[in-house]
Design a protein around this ligand. Structure first.
Ligand code: HEC
Length: 189
């Protein structure tokens, strides 16, 4: 089919893009989701190497540990239950992965005058370290869902210009964008 129809390559890679949304192919969504569900950094190797390889080893070794001559599904409760659980878990994780929000989008509604600031926040990489409502990552930065309650606008502005590492400085962000961003953050309560 590739010879006849050509292989789909997608658009040419653009190293300057800031809005690219990295997503795996759909048949990897369950692994991608497993990695998202397992949060602590010490456990990442369990999701990336541990679980997939254990599952693969169990499958490869199946003929050695399952020596029962029985072939009728109703007489093989352990094998059938294991298969059902695997299918249900993979389907569930695939669906979660398919409907996971984009890493460059904040879903919580705001009043129209703050819409631009919200887009700036969504497209500036804040979601990589902060959570806004349902979107973003829970750490290393604090949750910003109600940041306007904790910090006045001037303090937010100061944080953006002179943050404590590992947060990068946004001193060089264009002034109109930064103003909109600060206005947006200041009204999050
Ligand atoms: C590389 C990760 C990272 C990124 C990207 C990042 N931050 Fe942060 N941010 C942090 C960390 C870590 C802290 C806590 C710093 C501290 O302890 O003082 C923080 C603190 C803050 C605070 C102060 C919160 C408080 O409760 O005192 C604000 C406001 C903030 N960030 C806004 C933003 C915004 C807006 C963006 C995007 C334009 C952004 N951050 C991008 C990591 C990050």
């Amino acid at each position: 089919m590739s010879l006849i129809l050509g292989a789909e390559l997608g658009p040419k890679a653009d190293p300057t893009t800031t809005t690219y949304v990295p997503r795996p192919e759909w048949y990897f969504f369950f692994l991608f989701e497993l990695l998202r569900v397992i949060k602590p950094p010490e456990l990442v190797f369990v999701a990336t190497l541990g679980i997939p390889n254990i599952a693969l080893a169990l499958l490869v070794l199946l003929p050695f540990y399952d020596r029962s001559p029985e072939r009728r599904p109703t007489r093989r409760p352990v094998a059938m239950t294991a298969m059902m659980l695997t299918i249900v878990a993979m389907t569930y994780l695939t669906l979660l992965g398919a409907f996971a929000g984009s890493p460059t989008q904040i879903d919580a509604e705001v009043e129209p005058q703050y819409q631009y600031g919200k887009e700036v926040a969504a497209n500036s990489g804040c979601l990589g370290c902060h959570k806004f409502g349902e979107n973003g990552n829970d750490g290393p930065g604090p949750n910003l869902t109600t940041i306007g309650q904790r910090l006045p606008k001037q303090a937010i502005q100061r944080t953006l210009d002179n943050p404590t590492p590992p947060m990068p400085s946004f001193k060089n962000m264009p002034p109109d964008q930064k103003e909109a961003l600060v206005e947006y953050l200041g009204q999050l309560r």
